[in-house]
Design a protein around this ligand. Structure first.
Ligand code: ADP
Ligand code: MG
Length: 109
């Protein structure tokens, strides 16, 4: 049975502990395709900003290479392009993505 997590801000934990999660992985695609240099997300507290950042960070980070299991069954995993992108820090070769984002950094405030 799924539980409703209170205060879970780490995507990996939410997924591996099978905590109730509303699929917001489409954000990864929208953000990636926006080609923005800087994205400022301003939303009220408890909106899911921190969990969303954790998700995005774990999607791109090479520290999460081969952790596709975290994204399986979620909408971002439907597209091969994104299955290949996961854990690559944005496809460092640049070949896969013409607008390779030069490093991805996250600030949480
Ligand atoms: N997509 C989601 N599905 C289910 N619960 C979520 C989702 N996004 C956030 N939450 C939960 O809502 C609460 C607030 O999320 P959080 O990321 O801390 O928001 P914020 O940083 O905007 O204040 C946390 O308990 C978190 O686990
Ligand atoms: Mg927060």
């Amino acid at each position: 049975m799924q539980t409703v997590g209170i205060g879970h801000q780490n995507f990996e934990q939410v997924i591996t502990k099978d905590i109730f999660y509303i699929d917001k992985t489409r954000f990864i695609k929208d953000w990636w395709e926006s080609e923005d240099q800087v994205t400022l997300i301003t939303r009220p507290r408890r909106f899911g900003k921190t969990l969303n950042m954790s998700m995005t960070e774990q999607f791109f980070s090479v520290k999460y290479e081969n952790r596709g299991d975290l994204f399986e069954g979620l909408s971002i995993w439907e597209e091969e392009k994104y299955r290949k992108l996961q854990g690559t820090s944005g496809g460092a070769s640049g070949a896969l993505f013409p607008h390779f984002k030069q490093g991805i950094r996250f600030w949480k405030i």
